[in-house]
Write a protein that binds this ligand. Structure first.
Ligand SMILES: NC(=O)c1ccc[n+]([C@@H]2O[C@H](COP(=O)([O-])OP(=O)(O)OC[C@H]3O[C@@H](n4cnc5c(N)ncnc54)[C@H](OP(=O)(O)O)[C@@H]3O)[C@@H](O)[C@H]2O)c1
Length: 342
């Protein structure tokens, strides 16, 4: 009894309405079981917070089940094995899994984790640029957007451009030789996009929020070839106003709509422009594209080693601050990939 290990996890206490507040979350103490035969015990070191989790907080049918009330939330995390009764998994090794929002968890057989090599890269990178985040940008732009090498004359517009996915999408487009325009919410982020990510033009959409369309018309006078949409709403409408004939719109996410009461929103008043301009508009879910994981890892690792991909991390310390980290996504109070160090 005296050796009982106590861990903490974050439960969903109520389904949020609007932008979540800390009242929707609860830090709960739990007793951590000992691993049985074939099992191993993991202590989480890093966890990711991601906008899609907001969708799982609703009671609605989607591509992933809703989170249950008074149960731990889930999400990508990297942890270290601290006890093992499974020959394939040794104490000290690191694994990537979906058991975020908690300090400890048990794997029943190891089939629900991916081993990662801490010598290859800092482990939190597998939650960001080398993980699902980077893969989303890669798949969205190259596979869904069908951007090929030698995209020299192409103009690419990325919204939430300084965010985790957006910042990588911007830089892949630059690697492919495109003219890249990004929108974000502060001068500091604009500066990072120009000076560090090296894109061609960045603007603060909060200055004259109704003028995204006219800003795009000014900076993309010949139109946009590919719009990588992370935001939806006014950004999508503004991009539709400015697409080239036969342009492509990659629907990656619509964060501006995730907290509205009427989700999914029926806005986008000018969608008819997709017909007039013969646009191809395609949504995607990164989980459908794990077939290109090896190709992605090879290319992304090479680009990183060549200094062609840069990124920022905003780190919240402690599991007790995970809800703050999650809320920051919707307030833009972060830069690049948002992580919690547990
Ligand atoms: N399809 C997929 O499989 C897939 C996978 C991963 C992510 N996604 C989507 O990709 C998008 C970006 O995800 P991420 O993980 O990289 O998050 P992120 O960009 O790091 O964080 C979200 C950013 O969205 C912007 N934002 C928040 N509320 C906004 C609003 N009302 N209007 C305009 N901008 C707003 C903020 O940036 P600013 O400071 O610039 O406003 C914020 O920093 C999300 O829509 C997400 O759902 C899709």
């Amino acid at each position: 009894m005296g050796n009982e290990r106590i861990g903490h996890e974050i439960h969903l206490k109520e389904r949020p309405v609007g932008i979540p507040t800390e009242n929707s979350f609860e830090l709960v103490s739990v007793s951590v079981p000992n691993p049985k035969e074939a099992q191993f015990l993991v202590r989480n070191v890093w966890m990711s917070v991601d906008p899609y989790m907001r969708g799982r907080m609703r009671e609605a049918k989607s591509y992933l089940p809703s989170f249950q009330l008074n149960k731990p939330l889930e999400g990508d995390c990297v942890g270290q094995i601290i006890e093992s009764k499974n020959n394939r998994f040794k104490v000290g090794e690191y694994v990537l899994s979906n058991f975020g929002w908690r300090e400890y968890w048990i794997s029943t057989d190891g089939n629900d984790v991916t081993k990662i090599d801490a010598k290859e890269a800092p482990i939190q990178r597998y939650l960001g640029v080398l993980g699902r985040t980077g893969l989303t940008a890669y798949v969205g732009l190259l596979k869904i957007g069908e951007l090929k090498g030698g995209g020299g004359n192409k103009t690419v517009f990325v919204s939430a451009a300084s965010g985790a996915v957006g910042s990588v999408a911007c830089q892949i487009a630059k690697i492919k030789g495109c003219h890249v325009v990004g929108s974000t919410s502060s001068l500091e982020k604009v500066k990072w996009l120009l000076d560090e990510a090296g894109i061609d033009y960045a603007f603060n959409y909060k200055v004259g929020e109704d003028n995204i369309s006219s800003e795009l018309r000014r900076v993309c006078p010949n139109g946009i070839d590919i719009y990588f949409d992370n935001v939806g709403g006014r950004h999508l409408e503004a991009a539709l106003d400015n697409m080239k004939v036969f342009g492509r719109i990659v629907l990656c996410g619509m964060i501006s709509q995730y907290n509205v009461d009427t989700f999914p929103s029926t806005r986008t008043y000018n969608l008819f422009l997709a017909i007039r301009n013969r646009l191809k508009i395609q949504g995607f879910i990164v989980r459908d594209h794990y077939d290109i994981l090896t190709e992605f890892c090879t290319n992304m690792s090479k680009w990183i080693s060549e200094g062609k991909i840069k990124w920022e991390e905003t780190v919240f310390e402690g599991l007790e601050n995970a809800s703050k980290a999650f809320i920051a996504l919707f307030k833009g109070e972060k830069m690049g990939k948002t992580l919690v160090k547990i």
